[in-house]
Write a protein that binds this ligand. Structure first.
Ligand SMILES: Cc1ncc(COP(=O)(O)O)c(C=O)c1O
Length: 416
């Protein structure tokens, strides 16, 4: 998205957005989101029955959710607030699936009352809670079991979820009897299975292994007389973060699934997050100052790990580009202002010579960027901007000190 006028997002100069809103600021391209959504949906259209549920945890901006809702998206949620946001964005309850190891009774009750598509239970104890709540509300929710397939996704340890010993899901040996126990339950319709092995998967292997295991599980259940209507394969499709990195295409991913589970006659649910929004988002930041120490050049940005946590949390790589579009000729460690040595966006990055006031973009920041941000160091949450063609709008304003102070309360023995 670079041309002679500098870095552009759709038809808008990124620097003009930064000037208008200040930095740091997240910017999303509506067209890129819509295109990614269409590419994914087209790939999985080989399955006659399917629901694609956007993983709200990857980007929960209301404007982004509304764009996706208008494209026909369902939602994969992991909290009561995500349920509320998805519904308010116009995503029908019948297209919402709910995962998460720690759903509270309140959250389960809200999901049951809303009549969502499926609740994915992550323990025998949770199944019991869902059944109890269902009995009280008089509704019969559709429930799936999130099964831990014990597959190593060979992704970063902190985004692997499907290996034995992980907190997610239920071991297959324990899940199987649960299906039998609830097969004729009046309280819940236990008719789904969910398998999500991890995020940012770039190769076929872990997906193939997972789908093979799923096929074996389905056959086990069938021979036990248990009927499964829905196979929820979770999310996980990776995206390239650095140039030259290759990722699995949604078409290859769908073909793998078809190959391994062609016998399954029911519905498939997909929960993509990163694939839909990662490359549709940038975090724009300003160089506060440059400094040289220890034989290194540092570019200190006004964005920090509180705004974009992935590098500090997962050693994640994000391309850093200067909005000026000048020739890169100087090597910098690009760092944030937060008082943590892990507040580093990239080491030894070649950029044009930078000076205070220059703008840079942290690329591929649309997924797990704003949603993971915090106010650490009392830094306000960054605003978010949506671009469409040659227009842009602030879709979440920058948090103010008043917003932050507004939730602070004095005990009656300390006066302000
Ligand atoms: C259960 C579940 N579904 C879907 C996703 C979305 O994954 P991704 O953004 O990698 O597609 C996640 C992310 O960790 C998840 O835990």
């Amino acid at each position: 998205m670079k041309n002679k006028d500098g870095f552009r997002i759709e038809n808008v100069s990124a620097a003009s957005i930064a000037e208008k809103t200040g930095t740091p600021v997240y910017v999303y391209s509506q067209s890129a989101i819509e295109k990614n959504w269409a590419v994914f949906c087209d790939a999985v259209s080989v399955f006659p029955e399917r629901t694609v549920c956007f993983a709200v945890k990857s980007n929960a901006n209301m404007a982004v959710l509304r764009v996706l809702a208008r494209s026909g998206a369902g939602a994969d949620i992991v909290s009561g607030t995500e349920l509320e946001l998805a519904l308010r964005a116009g995503i029908p309850a019948g297209k919402i699936v709910f995962s998460g190891v720690g759903k509270t009774e309140e959250e389960i009750t809200a999901a049951v009352k809303a009549g969502i598509k499926q609740i994915n239970a992550e323990s025998a104890e949770e199944l019991e809670t869902i059944a109890d709540i269902a009995r009280k509300t008089g509704q019969r929710p559709v429930v799936g079991i999130r099964v831990n397939p014990d597959v190593d996704a060979h992704t970063h340890a902190k985004i692997t979820t499907g290996t034995k010993g992980a907190k997610f899901g239920i071991d297959w040996t324990d899940a199987c009897p649960l299906y039998r126990r609830y097969a004729r339950s009046d309280d819940i319709a236990l008719s789904g299975i969910e398998i999500h092995v991890g995020s940012q998967l770039l190769s076929e292997k872990p997906f193939r292994e997972t789908f093979k295991k799923t096929a074996a599980m389905l056959r086990d259940l069938e021979s036990d007389g248990v009927r499964i209507d829905t196979v929820d394969v979770g999310g996980g499709l990776g995206v390239p973060y650095r140039s030259g990195e290759s990722a699995l295409s949604p078409k290859t991913y769908a073909a793998l699934l078809k190959e391994e589970l062609s016998f399954f006659q029911g519905e498939f649910v997909f929960e993509p997050g990163r694939f839909i929004v990662a490359n549709a988002g940038w975090l724009l930041a300003r160089v506060v100052r440059t400094k040289r120490t220890g034989g290194k050049n540092f570019a200190v940005l006004d964005a920090g790990m509180n705004d974009l946590l992935r590098p500090a949390l997962y050693d994640a790589y994000h391309d850093v580009v200067a909005l000026s579009g000048k020739e890169p000729d100087t090597v910098y460690d690009v760092v944030g202002p937060v008082c943590e040595s892990s507040d580093v966006f990239g080491r030894d990055r070649t950029l044009p010579e930078l000076e205070a006031g220059d703008y840079v973009a942290l690329c591929t920041a649309g997924a797990y960027g704003a949603t993971m941000s915090s106010t650490y160091n009392c830094r306000p949450l960054a605003p978010e901007v949506l671009v469409k063609g040659d227009r842009f709008a602030v879709v979440r304003r920058r948090q103010t000190v008043e917003d932050m102070m507004g939730v602070q309360l004095d005990p009656d023995w300390i006066s302000g």
